[in-house]
Write a protein that binds this ligand. Structure first.
Ligand SMILES: C[S@@+](CC[C@H](N)C(=O)[O-])C[C@H]1O[C@@H](n2cnc3c(N)ncnc32)[C@H](O)[C@@H]1O
Length: 251
């Protein structure tokens, strides 16, 4: 039986694994976050400087507050929404000022009753069921203030990146069994179409992690991290990065 993505982070063990293993000190995800975080912070600071009036941010699928805790000090008010009570319980400890809510935004419209200047949505789109992606994005579009609001959204498994051969190999080995959500991929083209169909215009695109993550489990990991650091950011080769960050405006 396939696990719904909404149930994937409900258990306390999944929650503690997320912070301790997925985002453990030397993990690949932590390395990518070290590159992504300052970029994200700068985008929010630039927005803040150009925007008149207070800035309210929503972190959708906020999880344990990884992104929200980084952005909270940079804006005037923050809300976080997630479907897992146990993930949000951890976020409450990291984001003291945020208003955190638990529930399903598709079934409970009251969870998105405000308007936002900034919406972040990290590590959600790739793994949620394809039929929910557009529905959730359109909900977020409805509560993003026009015309200058920004959606900051990532896809952390680019199908056109050097991660793909290892994923294809693991998929082949698991053929016939349950599909592992960790093996999901999305192409830059599919991500861009999805955002456009959901009412967003991509105004900037960044990329993080060009080299295969398996290199980080070899003696070459320091060299790989240095090269990935040099290649990260807003470049013409972004469509080849493993983690794609899109900055979008409402259309
Ligand atoms: C991989 S975690 C990402 C957490 C956080 N955004 C981050 O980047 O660290 C995915 C999160 O999406 C949440 N999620 C899954 N389905 C959801 C839904 N339908 N509505 C809200 N949150 C959902 C999960 O509970 C989980 O906390």
């Amino acid at each position: 039986m396939t696990t719904r993505y909404a149930d994937r982070f409900q258990q306390k063990t999944d929650v503690s694994n997320y912070d301790a293993a997925e985002y453990g000190a030397e993990s690949y995800s932590s390395r990518i976050w070290q590159l992504q975080r300052p970029v994200l912070e700068q985008i929010v600071k630039d927005f803040r400087a150009a925007h008149s009036g207070p800035a309210r941010l929503l972190d959708f699928a906020c999880g344990t507050g990884r992104v929200l805790s980084a952005l909270e000090p940079l804006v005037d008010a923050t809300d976080g929404v997630d479907i897992s009570e146990n993930m949000v319980a951890v976020a409450r400890g990291k984001c003291p000022k945020a208003r955190l809510r638990v529930g399903d935004v598709l079934a409970q419209p009251e969870l998105l009753a405000r308007e936002y200047d900034l919406i972040s949505c990290f590590r959600f789109l790739l793994n949620v069921e394809p039929e929910l992606r557009g529905r959730v994005l359109r909900k977020l579009r409805e509560v993003l203030r026009t015309p200058d609001g920004l959606l900051l959204v990532n896809v952390h498994g680019n199908a056109r990146s050097l991660r793909h051969p290892a994923i294809a190999w693991r998929r082949w080995r698991q053929r016939g069994g349950q599909t592992d959500v960790m093996l999901n991929e999305m192409s830059p083209g599919a991500a861009k179409r999805l955002l456009a169909e959901s009412g967003f215009e991509i105004v900037r695109q960044f990329g993080f992690g060009m080299l295969p993550p398996t290199l980080y489990r070899t003696p070459l990991r320091r060299a790989a991290a240095a090269l990935d650091g040099a290649l990260a950011g807003e470049h013409f080769w972004n469509d080849g990065a493993i983690d794609l960050l899109f900055v979008c405006r409402p259309r």
